[in-house]
Design a protein around this ligand. Structure first.
Ligand SMILES: Cc1cc2nc3c(=O)[nH]c(=O)nc-3n(C[C@H](O)[C@H](O)[C@H](O)COP(=O)(O)OP(=O)(O)OC[C@H]3O[C@@H](n4cnc5c(N)ncnc54)[C@H](O)[C@@H]3O)c2cc1C
Length: 424
């Protein structure tokens, strides 16, 4: 039987990063198995925002680790990994959001992440379409930006392969083999493969996969989406990412146009058991018209982006991300089975956290103490739950709604519509 020290299941950005980090740390033989094409699920649909400071301070060091890894990867590969270092503007119009900014800035400084406080006038020049009249406070984080998530995923893969990792797409893992509560291998559609460690990096399918060792991970698939405008000089080219947290929205430049993402008050969730193996065969809608969702969000967004009323939206990108009820990721050994690890539940931040997650898992697998506090990410922190049931999924949707804010946006900011224009 073929034998590897470690088998990673799932070839999205998280699995790719785990592979790279295991190889960097000299972990022995590593095999990555992906049942479809590499990075063909969530990791090719992400907006690619890479924000180091967030409402969840536990994630900041992991995001910072990704940011530090990007230049190392570029040096190793001798080419760009698709990161655009445009910085991020965190914009607050309300007192609550301004308080959030202060907390995030304190946290960022703790990790050496630079934070600037530009004047409103400077901000107007940085982002020409932004209406600054209601802005109370703005922080600029110059080392943030956005990445092409597919290029970054494939960069981890290329660097891992160069360091000896074996990568096999179009190979499904069907089961985990154990002996006396210890992992001994996997059954794939290409036969059995022996190993001492299995890492579950199966994205929104991770709970289904971990169920095979009797422990469905506490996470649920939640819809994420964004719209893209046609190019127009009104957007001002490569400007910073903007986080409009009062409107639960974000933007980033996209080849002369703008990406606009909004977080719904209650996103649609799905039972992982209903998902097909191929994400291209699944549309995460529940019968809603996405233009209506955009129109509903547009009143709050128009406070900062008045041009939304005349913007020509030409594309809509929609996909599933795994969320947990507390908005924290799932990272670490799965109870009850020695040698089985989870790198999942990325809560819509898997691109941002990719290197941090890979670094932690590689250390754990090697029996080393991770560089960061991983207590908030323990797979067993909710006790026994049914991750496929609606009550649990509702909690996960609520975690998505409050992702970029500590307090929910007041309802009056969400009612009505400023109107949106679809590109012909
Ligand atoms: C619309 C949208 C916007 C987003 N925007 C951002 C953003 O701006 N910034 C950010 O950081 N994150 C963002 N995200 C989240 C980010 O895309 C995810 O957190 C990240 O891609 C998760 O990576 P992953 O490797 O865990 O999962 P995936 O990329 O989904 O990969 C999991 C892989 O596991 C494979 N698999 C499953 N089961 C098996 C099996 N049994 N055998 C073999 N293979 C298996 C699947 O085929 C899949 O390819 C966004 C997500 C969406 C949908």
């Amino acid at each position: 039987m073929e034998t590897f020290d470690h088998i990673i299941v799932g070839g999205g950005i998280v699995g790719a990063s785990v592979a790279y980090h295991l190889a960097c740390k000299g972990a022995g033989s590593v095999l990555l198995l992906e049942r479809n094409e590499l990075a063909s699920a969530a990791s090719s649909r992400a907006a690619g925002l890479m924000l180091q400071a967030s409402a969840k301070i536990s994630k900041t060091p992991l995001a910072n680790q990704t940011r530090k890894t990007i230049p190392l990867l570029e040096e190793e590969l001798g080419e760009s990994v698709g990161f655009h270092n445009v910085g991020s503007l965190r914009i607050a119009a309300s007192e609550d959001r301004a308080a959030d900014l202060d907390a995030m800035a304190r946290d960022a400084s703790k990790w050496g992440i630079p934070v600037e406080w530009p004047s409103v006038n400077t901000v107007s020049h940085m982002v020409p379409w932004l209406d600054t009249s209601t802005i109370r406070k703005v922080a600029f984080m110059p080392t943030d930006g956005y990445a092409d998530p597919y290029i970054l995923s494939m960069s981890y893969i290329a660097a891992a392969r160069a360091r000896g990792v074996v990568v096999r797409p179009r190979t499904e893992v069907r089961d985990v083999l154990t002996e006396g509560q210890k992992v001994t291998g996997v059954t794939s559609d290409a036969g059995q493969i022996a190993c001492g460690t299995v890492i579950d990096a199966c994205g929104v399918w991770a709970a289904l996969f971990s169920e095979r060792v009797g422990y469905p991970l506490p996470m649920a698939p939640v819809r994420s989406h964004y719209w893209i405008t046609e190019p127009d000089e009104v957007y001002g080219g490569e400007h910073p990412v903007t986080i409009l947290s009062d409107a639960a929205a974000y933007t980033r430049p996209e080849v002369g146009g703008l990406v606009l993402g909004v977080q719904e008050p209650r996103s649609a969730t799905f039972n992982a058991r209903d998902l097909p193996n191929d994400p291209a065969a699944f549309s995460p809608t529940k019968g809603e018209e996405h233009w209506d969702i955009l129109a509903t969000a547009s009143k709050a967004v128009a406070q900062f982006f008045p041009a939304i009323k005349s913007s020509q939206f030409s594309s809509y990108i929609c996909g599933l991300s795994s969320y947990t009820p507390d908005g924290e990721i799932i990272l670490g050994p799965v109870p009850g089975v020695s040698g089985f690890y989870a790198a999942a539940g990325a809560c819509g931040s898997g691109i941002t956290l990719s290197a941090g997650m890979g670094d932690v898992i590689a250390d754990l697998v090697l029996g080393r103490k991770p560089a960061f506090d991983i207590a908030p990410f323990r797979p067993d922190r909710f006790g026994q739950v049914d991750p496929f049931g609606e009550p649990f999924r509702d909690q996960c949707a609520a975690a998505r709604a409050s992702k970029i804010r500590k307090v929910a946006t007041r309802p009056e900011h969400r009612s009505g519509s400023a109107g949106v224009v679809r590109a012909k």
